[in-house]
Design a protein around this ligand. Structure first.
Ligand SMILES: C[S@@+](CC[C@H](N)C(=O)[O-])C[C@H]1O[C@@H](n2cnc3c(N)ncnc32)[C@H](O)[C@@H]1O
Length: 361
């Protein structure tokens, strides 16, 4: 068996083993579609270098459960092949059946579109960057995928047509009303929508509102899909100053990454100053003071560090959020529901989740 095929088979098995893939047709798609065809010019390594196709280890790097950043402008990633386990979770959440029509907003490399096509969907994909689309077109041709339709433009407008599903693979602040017009009755939008510094994936259904699906992080969309609105949380902060107040740990063992995101989501619902604070390579759930450069942050063991002029106040505020989450039975991202409110750019508004509430299931 060729090296790429063997690596791809192991990669699909690993994704299935990690619980990210439960459906055989999704596993088959990951085992069949050559990811290397979609990053044929290479991608940025995590250490800032460039991974080129003739580098030793190129295929090993392609077949990892990692984001492959393909384009950076002024230090900000603007296109990538998303994390495979997240793509798998989203494709599963789309509940695709053969012949369904899907509009993808954020074509990027074209790999996710090819995976959905391999599952049997009729895929249309749009991207705002012409050079990215050219490369996606070439990637699809290299992979032998001929039935994906690509469009250039701002995904806010959608693409004229009728879709069973609209999947968004770039972080947005709200859902375009045009998408609701382009969905068939019973269809839904699956999208990473900004919430307290990250972009959890939500399922948004016309007339029903939004519900949480899973935690996620995505790069932010250009244009009206990324427009500000009055009740938006602060942007993620840089590292907070050294704490001057420390509250003790409370989770033994520490929360795993999923439960930690569940906690961050709830903090975002209950506190408009909640967001993320960067800490080296990782991020922490934080509540920022009015300077947006200090406040309090919590670790996965529940220890809270407060910094800045109001360290004590913000540490206590974050501790109260943790109490509330624990008293509520530690609701997961998927337990939350919200109504939608129209806001953003008044000329090109977006539907934004508002009034989150959780339910026990
Ligand atoms: C994370 S990448 C998408 C990954 C892609 N689905 C794949 O499989 O490689 C996000 C993409 O969204 C695109 N994008 C950003 N804002 C957009 C917008 N308003 N409309 C359409 N595409 C947009 C970017 O150009 C970028 O290529």
């Amino acid at each position: 068996m060729a090296v790429a095929e063997e690596l791809r088979r192991r990669y699909a098995d690993a994704l299935r083993g990690e619980g990210g893939i439960t459906r055989p047709e999704v596993a088959a798609a990951f085992a069949a579609v050559p990811r290397e065809a979609f990053v044929a010019s290479g991608f940025h390594a995590r250490d800032g270098g460039w991974v080129a196709p003739d580098d030793e280890g190129f295929l090993d790097a392609v077949y990892t459960n990692d984001v492959l950043v393909t384009k950076i402008v002024d230090g900000t990633p603007v296109s990538s092949s998303s994390q495979p386990s997240l793509m798998a979770a989203m494709i599963e959440a789309l509940d695709l059946a053969p012949g369904m029509s899907v509009l993808e907003v954020g074509a990027g490399t074209g790999y996710n579109a090819a995976l959905m096509s391999a599952v049997g969907a009729r895929v249309t994909s749009i991207d705002v960057q012409p050079d990215v689309l050219d490369r996606a077109l070439a990637g699809l041709a290299r992979a032998g995928v001929s039935d994906v339709e690509l469009h250039e433009g701002d995904g806010y407008e959608g693409v004229p047509g009728r879709y069973d599903r609209i999947v968004v693979t770039v972080g947005i602040n709200g859902v375009s009303p045009q998408w609701f017009d382009q969905l068939v009755p019973g269809g839904f939008v699956l999208a990473p929508v900004a919430h307290a510094g990250h972009h959890p994936v939500l399922r948004v259904t016309p007339g029903e509102g939004a519900r949480g699906m899973c935690a996620a992080g995505f790069m932010a969309a250009a244009g009206p899909l990324g427009a500000a609105y009055p009740w938006k949380h602060p942007q993620p902060a840089g590292p907070l100053p050294d704490p001057v107040v420390m509250l003790p740990p409370r989770f033994e063992p520490p929360l795993d990454v999923f439960r930690y995101h569940d906690l961050c989501f709830a903090c975002g619902v209950w506190d408009s100053r909640a967001t993320l604070a960067h800490r080296g390579d990782s991020t922490a759930c934080a509540v920022l003071d009015e300077t947006a450069a200090a406040g309090a942050a919590v670790s996965s063991d529940g220890a809270i560090g407060g910094s800045g002029a109001h360290a004590e106040e913000y540490a206590a505020r974050l501790a109260a959020l943790l109490d509330r989450w624990q008293d509520a039975g530690e609701p997961a991202v998927a337990a939350w529901r919200a109504d939608l409110a129209l806001s953003g750019d008044p000329d090109r508004p977006i539907w934004i989740p508002r009034e989150w509430r959780y339910q026990d299931f």
